[in-house]
Design a protein around this ligand. Sequence first.
Ligand code: PMP
Length: 464
Amino acid sequence: QPRSLEPDLESTKTRLESLDKAHLWHPFTQMQGWQRSQPLIIERAEGCYLYDLEGRRYLDGVSSLWVTTHGHRTPELDAAIRHQLDRVAHTTLLGLTHAPAIELAAKLVQLAPPGLTRVFYSDAGSTAVEVALKIAFQYWRQRPDPRPRKTKFVHLRESYHGDTVGAVSVGGIELFHEIYRPLLFEALTAPEPHCYRCPLKLERPTCGMACAEELGRVLADQADDIAAVIIEPIMMGAAGMLAQPEGYVRRVRELCTQHDVLLICDEVATGFGRTGWMFACEAEGIAPDLLCIAKGLTGGYLPLAATLATETIYAAFLGEAGDFKTFFHGHTYTGNPLACAAALANLALFEQNNTLQHVRAIANYLAEQMDRLRPLRLVGDIRQRGLMVGIELVADRATRTPFPPEQLVGYHVTNRCRDYGVLLRPLGNVIVLMPPLAVSTAQIDELIDALQTVLTEIEPELLT
Ligand code: PMP
């Protein structure tokens, strides 16, 4: 239960709220609605919980924004950042280098799927994608046998790869992307592998994974013009937690190799243990040519991202003496030492705590607990890969009819979960569950208890 606010706390809250509404423009937020809402002001965090100004505790059901690994205020991560702070908080990688960036690059190469030997840092998932697109484009021009016509990118129709202009160009979520279309470069598309709502109106397993074969046809027809295919392996996150059928990623890898097209895997969401694998590519035993990572890299502490590349790609940027084959890219805070130190401590804890083993066990427990939600008529589909989950709510289960977007069903459900001490953020009608990797069975109970209560309460209001 919330404490009643001390008078000075009350005035702090009022002041922050009014300054927020006067000046802060929130990301991905309809600001008219925000102006009318009562903002939740987070003051501190501990483990898997966030606390508001009044000291009210919330289970962090989405890891802030899908980033937290070992929990908030993990002592080892706090200490690593403090240690680095006593040395240097920031220095550039343009013309200089530093130990945390070097050590981390070596560690990432060791952990990544085989063949990815070069690490290019940036500072967000979107920039990791921009870097991959620019590298892929430039690679074909600078190879010993240049193929300058290979300039196009293929993405899946419902994909999301970030918010910068290049990343939006390879995105397909109508709500986020359509308005910017005239600003973007044109890309080729293939149907997303989404078995609950198959874009080709087929069914597993008789479909023969026709979605992958359609991608194969795009590649066969235009391979001479295509630089790369970009996918999120095994599950598309922001698209609505679309779990891919087993073998899909392997087939995409085969097709890219067959048609001499690079494969970019965007593991911004799926990387760092989220799916029960260090990287989701491992679930299908494949390695991409370029790998984009961010989010969980620093355990959810500081902005850092990287794009990993193969030696073959890197070699095209080496050139001969006197050649300028530079990769013209580098953000001011690229490879920030504090962030690299946090990442090193984060990765050391994966080993110490057997985090991947924990994720697999707790994901099984979560799956069992989610069975409690299946009898609800509102629950259309539960899609899970490790601790990455989407629960799709539907107006009619038999016909899989979605709720109209303007009904804001996901928003209403997650808003009510706050009353039961659980913080969630939906994707349309899909309730996303992405707890910190260190979540316990008791906390999974808390999460599912709250969701079950809210869904049971709200079902009669939504389904008459
Ligand atoms: N790619 C994927 C798959 C993502 O999920 C996201 C962010 N949700 C991004 C790219 C963009 O990352 P950032 O928000 O750090 O720019």
